[in-house]
Design a protein around this ligand. Sequence first.
Ligand SMILES: NC(=O)c1ccc[n+]([C@@H]2O[C@H](COP(=O)([O-])OP(=O)(O)OC[C@H]3O[C@@H](n4cnc5c(N)ncnc54)[C@H](O)[C@@H]3O)[C@@H](O)[C@H]2O)c1
Length: 247
Amino acid sequence: MNIEFTSQSVLIAGAARGIGRGITEAFAARGAQVFAGDRLGDEMAGLPAHKTELDLLNKAALRGWIETSEKTAGRSPDVLVYVAGGVLGQSAKPLEEVDEEAWRAILDVNLTGAFLSAQAVTPGMKRRGKGRIVFIASGAGLRTSLTGIQAYASAKAGEIGLARQLGQELGPFGITVNAVAPGFQRTSPDYERQWQSYSPERQESLIANTARRRPGTPQDIAHAVMFLASDYADFITGQVLSVTGSP
Ligand SMILES: NC(=O)c1ccc[n+]([C@@H]2O[C@H](COP(=O)([O-])OP(=O)(O)OC[C@H]3O[C@@H](n4cnc5c(N)ncnc54)[C@H](O)[C@@H]3O)[C@@H](O)[C@H]2O)c1
């Protein structure tokens, strides 16, 4: 199976850090014209992509980014990968102490951003009668979250539900919508902080309890995303694929 994206326009929403960066590099290496968007403009340096600094929750900026990609590529996006999310520097607190603003901020970037981005690329994909949308969810949306953050587990479960529902709605238009659920990876400052908070024994047991006996990498996630974005996955929609090295 040889997966290629030559002459396709691929949007990566949330491209600056570990997983988004790995996905951007993987699509670019397979011939795609990649449009990388993130609010961390400086951290996108060196990415093999057209780079745009934007807040994905700002609808006007989001539409402007997509229009720019359409002018540059001469076509509407073939693939959208929504990666933005994470825990925004928050730590676990007892439920009674969680303030609503902190709750909403995590829901906004992990769930509402996925909704807005999918909404924005859908008209172009419908016109062409083909499109691929992949959300980066988390094992936290299928089980409980190692972070202990209520909003994160809820938002990631919501993102998986959104993929399922949009898969149903957009299937007749040739558009598939799926989610990939990574396990823990030391990809960004938030996750590094979480890793450092574990004892050496806990760190060791995380790897020892992984069936494949190694940590996951952004490339592992990129490979799953590219399969779902390829023609080989035309009959797969509304699904969530765990990429955790374990059953
Ligand atoms: N690293 C892990 O252990 C892990 C595990 C499971 C799922 N995930 C998910 O994978 C995705 C990527 O995570 P990561 O580990 O690469 O690091 P991360 O969570 O720090 O990456 C999120 C990226 O999204 C960008 N972003 C956030 N809000 C934005 C906004 N409003 N506008 C534009 N860009 C914005 C950030 O700048 C960052 O580059 C996230 O959705 C995260 O929840 C990560």
